[in-house]
Design a protein around this ligand. Structure first.
Ligand code: ZN
Length: 294
């Protein structure tokens, strides 16, 4: 396929899918649209159904749903730092408190549905975390962590991670492969020689998801300005398994360094956590407001 026809297809895909899909040899029995023209991928029936957490907030499925993921848990403590006096500070505890504070903040203001991947000290397999978001039909995913810099106690500040483009394309390719093997793409039956088309659809969907994730990351940076201390290079991208959902935009927020005194004391006090929660809640609200129907 030439670059030109690829570009044409990218521009034309939403219209084609809604209108002239037959021209491409596709039949669309039950198209299921997620945000905008991002496809909701069919969940693999072979994936074990997860023990899904409760959705809190308004009992209205049209309200946006954010899944907050407190990193680590159970026998996985995450980053560990020694507090003066000998007590150990564990990332899994800090991020759980922060996730709970954020949930409470969002629920108090209302209008947004919230689910936590964990609300107690339990371990959840990495791959299950975005899967929980997908199975709940979440609109946004936020994984909360805290970093460690080992002996470098001067290193501090929050960072915001999105999935690297490379990893994003890889994830899209893997999904495309799987969906092609099953000869279906979210209820869209693809017939004949349209493997290219389905690959492009998956790629498009992942790109759109990435754009949304990047927008959310920018909002956290914007809302946090002057309120949260950020790392000198706060915006990062990496190959993070927890952000690999193809149809749920996700951001990983490193709230600070447990090995940094200033960060730790902020993260371990209620006032400090309230500041983080207010910033993140505001970023989530603005994100959804930008995508609300006019
Ligand atoms: Zn972590």
């Amino acid at each position: 396929m030439s670059v030109r026809s690829l570009l044409l297809l990218i521009v034309a895909v939403p219209a084609l899918l809604l209108g002239g899909a037959a021209a491409l040899g596709m039949t669309i029995p039950v198209p299921e649209w997620g945000r905008d023209y991002v496809l909701r991928f069919a969940l693999d029936p072979q994936d074990a159904p997860l023990d899904l957490p409760e959705i809190e907030g308004p009992d209205d499925p049209t309200r946006p749903l954010v899944v907050i993921d407190a990193g680590h848990g159970g026998r996985d403590p995450g980053s560990v730092a020694g507090e003066e006096g000998g007590a150990q500070v564990l990332e899994k505890d800090i991020v759980l408190s922060l996730a709970l504070a954020l949930r409470d903040e969002l629920l108090a203001e209302g209008g947004i549905r919230v689910a936590l991947t964990r609300d107690d000290d339990r371990i959840i397999v990495l791959a299950d975390r975005p899967q929980i978001a997908r199975q709940l039909g979440a609109d946004l995913f936020l994984s909360v962590h805290a970093d460690s810099a080992g002996d470098r106690r001067d290193v501090g500040g929050a960072s915001i991670y999105t999935l690297s483009n490379e990893a994003s394309s890889e994830a899209a390719a893997r999904f495309a492969e799987r969906e092609n093997a099953a000869d279906r793409l979210n209820g869209i039956t693809i017939e004949g020689q349209s493997e290219e088309v389905s690959n492009i659809l998956v790629e498009l969907s992942q790109q759109r998801t990435q754009e949304d994730a990047t927008d959310f990351a920018s909002l956290i940076a914007r809302e946090g300005q002057g309120r949260i201390r950020f790392h000198p290079q706060p915006r990062r991208s990496a190959e993070l398994a927890v952000l690999r959902a193809p149809d749920v935009p996700g951001v990983l927020f490193e709230s600070g360094f447990v090995t940094n005194d200033a960060d730790r004391s902020r993260l371990m006090t209620e006032e400090g956590r309230a500041e983080y929660a207010a910033v993140l809640a505001r970023a989530i609200r603005v994100y959804f407001a930008r995508r609300a129907e006019p």
